[in-house]
Design a protein around this ligand. Structure first.
Ligand SMILES: Nc1nc2c(c(=O)[nH]1)N[C@H]1C(S)=C(S)[C@@H](COP(=O)(O)O)O[C@H]1N2
Ligand SMILES: [Mo]
Length: 393
């Protein structure tokens, strides 16, 4: 692809914020400290988690860059950035969360394979770009299409990065055509993040943002869009990011028995405390985030200071002084809510958070019940321990 190239080593990586906690250097995978994550509703770009499977691509010449749209479409097309910029610009506040968020805690229950993440493999950003539904109209696919005339049912996004899992080939993923052509699904070809052009780590010059869905489907450094009959057969769709029951292990796994994970289930985590912390006794404020998939808002967040025997309801908020109402049009439906609960801690305690979404889905209590060999979707109650002492705070 002229204009955009993919290095095969890590000698040309972009600069990164020193506060990031690095889980893997090559490829670069890092998350911010918990407390930094919940200090703002919109996550600053430099603190937003970075999840890569290879070296970061480089734009040599933006004027040469083209994204091709092909496959089972009427008329294939190549679009320049100018063409994309010319389409109506939409701005969507959406939380992106890696399916592996909170994997380290799942691995403590029983070992899993994958990058070890704490609770901050997610971030909330203001994404701007063209709607994929508008882009697909340019190649003759009407809004709200299940199938194209040529039989296309899925939209595949292909990058140019070189991934070990793809034997040096690019990262790719797909979503159903009906989601891609639904303007209400807000799937973007994004060129801006928090009001500025994407930086290299997050997909410059153009990435997909699929709100409400695990981060793995939001392909960065977009090279081509393929309209295809079956879902994408790439590694990250077929041999990864699938959820298996606790009985499946590396000996008896049959990947084809499960669907690629799409929507994220309801999730929350406490970010004002580490797994074990020393605190002063008395009043304290427990802070964290809650988010669900599929555009489902957060109906409630419960906080306990006695390991889940009794609960108080936390205050939820997104931006400014507007009270958060889960299904109100003024709320950001694809974005997390931050929560705060004032509690009294008088003795050593287990502090717990659990969220409920507008469908009444609630986080499972125990990680063992949702354990899976790839360690994805750890949405179990987030539990932290505090000891009363005087050495901190
Ligand atoms: N081209 C490409 N796109 C990608 C990935 C990748 O490695 N290569 N990682 C995916 C995964 S698993 C996640 S969670 C998100 C992370 O996006 P971020 O690094 O902007 O936070 O990007 C997704 N898109
Ligand atoms: Mo991910």
């Amino acid at each position: 692809m002229p204009g955009l190239s993919a290095p095969s080593d890590y000698s040309q990586e972009p600069p990164r914020h020193p506060a990031l906690r690095i889980n893997s250097e090559k490829p670069f995978n890092a998350e911010p400290p918990r407390s930094a994550l919940v200090s703002s509703y919109v996550t600053p770009v430099d603190l937003f988690y970075k999840r890569n499977h290879g070296p970061i691509p480089i734009v040599d010449d933006l004027r040469m860059y083209r994204v091709s749209i092909m496959g089972l479409v009427g008329n294939a097309k190549e679009l320049s950035m100018e063409d994309i910029w010319r389409l109506p610009k939409y701005t969507v506040t959406a939380t992106l969360q890696c399916a592996g968020n909170r994997r380290t805690a799942m691995s403590k229950a029983r070992k899993v394979r994958g990058v070890g993440w704490d609770v901050a493999a997610l971030g909330n950003a203001v994404w701007s770009g063209a709607k994929l539904a508008d882009v697909l109209e340019l190649v003759g696919i009407p809004k709200l299409s299940y199938i194209t005339q040529a039989g296309g049912k899925h939209v595949e996004f292909v990058s140019i990065d070189k991934c070990k899992e793809e034997k040096g080939g690019p990262y790719k993923a797909s979503i159903p055509l009906i989601q891609a052509t639904n303007p209400e699904a807000d799937v973007l070809l994004a060129y801006d993040m928090n009001g500025k052009p994407l930086n290299r780590d997050h997909g410059y010059p153009l990435r997909v943002v699929v709100p409400g869905v695990i981060g793995a489907r939001s392909v960065k450094w977009l090279d081509s869009i393929n309209v295809i009959a079956e879902e994408c057969q790439g590694f990250f769709m077929q041999k990864d990011y699938k959820m298996f029951p606790p009985s499946v292990n590396w000996e008896n796994i049959n990947w084809s028995t499960r669907r690629p994970q799409m929507d994220f289930p309801v999730q929350s985590a406490i970010c004002s405390l580490e797994d074990t912390d020393i605190v002063k006794d008395g009043k304290m404020t427990v802070k964290g985030y809650a988010v669900s998939g599929g555009g489902r808002g957060i109906e409630r967040v419960d906080v306990s200071v006695d390991g889940g025997k009794t609960w108080v309801e936390a205050l939820r908020y997104q931006k400014g002084d507007v009270p958060y109402i889960a299904d109100d049009i003024r709320s950001d439906k694809w974005a997390w809510v931050l929560f705060e609960a004032n509690v009294d801690v008088l003795q050593n305690a287990e502090i717990v958070a659990k969220a409920v979404d507008i469908a009444g889905n609630v986080q499972p209590e125990n990680v063992e019940d949702i354990w899976n060999l790839r360690g994805i979707l750890n949405t179990s109650w987030h539990k932290v321990h505090v000891r009363i002492g005087h050495s901190k705070m």
